[in-house]
Design a protein around this ligand. Sequence first.
Ligand SMILES: Cc1cc2nc3c(=O)[nH]c(=O)nc-3n(C[C@H](O)[C@H](O)[C@H](O)COP(=O)(O)OP(=O)(O)OC[C@H]3O[C@@H](n4cnc5c(N)ncnc54)[C@H](O)[C@@H]3O)c2cc1C
Length: 264
Amino acid sequence: HGATLCLGQRVQGLERISEDPPIFRLTTDREEHYTRTVLIAIGVGAFAPRKLDRPGVREFEGRGVHYFVRDLQHFQGKRILIVGGGDSAVDWALGLEGIAEHITLIHRRDAFRAHEDSVRKLFQSSVVVKPFYEVKELRGDEHLQEALIVHNRTGEEERLEVSEVLFCLGFVADPGPIKDWGLEMDSNGIRVSPRMETNIPGVYAAGDITSHPAKLKLIATAYGEAAIAVNFAKTFIDPSARAFPGHSTEVMAGSRSSQGTGNP
Ligand SMILES: Cc1cc2nc3c(=O)[nH]c(=O)nc-3n(C[C@H](O)[C@H](O)[C@H](O)COP(=O)(O)OP(=O)(O)OC[C@H]3O[C@@H](n4cnc5c(N)ncnc54)[C@H](O)[C@@H]3O)c2cc1C
């Protein structure tokens, strides 16, 4: 349909610059776009690692606190604390065994969500596994030097000499800048009408970012919502247009009959 695709751009701002006719300016990290309607389909937004709100954690980010392993060699010969009980925590503990000098893994529970076979290997490895322990505080000077951990049942504290802490606590989704666009949102996303209209006239939403009583976060429903949104956005731009676009089979049948090959 001749749509202009602008890839590799992160949407940042949306501003209505004219009321009649309504025109929006959509800003990305690379350019500005002018449009009569907007369809927001950003999924659950950007994923960011879940961070612990404990003294020293933010302070030592980049100076001993990690959320990803970008380079195995960075951990060569180091004393490491890994925090978490899922696949990432267990896989990295096993992956760094033999590279790091010493690895301790703490988890707030004694049940691991990681793959059963990985957990079995973990308990057979040289990794020191401490269930029911959580990070209480991280300390150091220029770089991280120690972690204070606490047993969440007994309150017993322990000081670990570590220079690196790897947090593997999963990810949180963040819808990012759209939170500041004046959209009505709830904990599930942007509230939409059955026509996929948001509270801002001319702005529609579809897919995982929408919230409505019949919401199912599936590929099929996302496609369906996008079709509804696009067709009603068309009527927003041109109120004389029909929301129902017709069936492609009718178009094909029409072209066949115009070529004289269709059924009478
Ligand atoms: C692990 C997992 C397994 C799943 N398995 C299934 C399954 O088997 N069957 C099924 O039907 N559904 C499944 N789903 C759900 C399905 O993936 C979603 O319902 C579907 O992808 C929603 O489509 P969407 O277009 O709304 O969002 P997405 O597919 O998430 O697309 C959103 C896009 O917007 C981009 N974006 C976000 N923020 C910005 C921004 N500020 N600027 C520019 N771009 C941005 C993102 O990078 C992304 O490309 C699964 C989901 C997960 C997480």
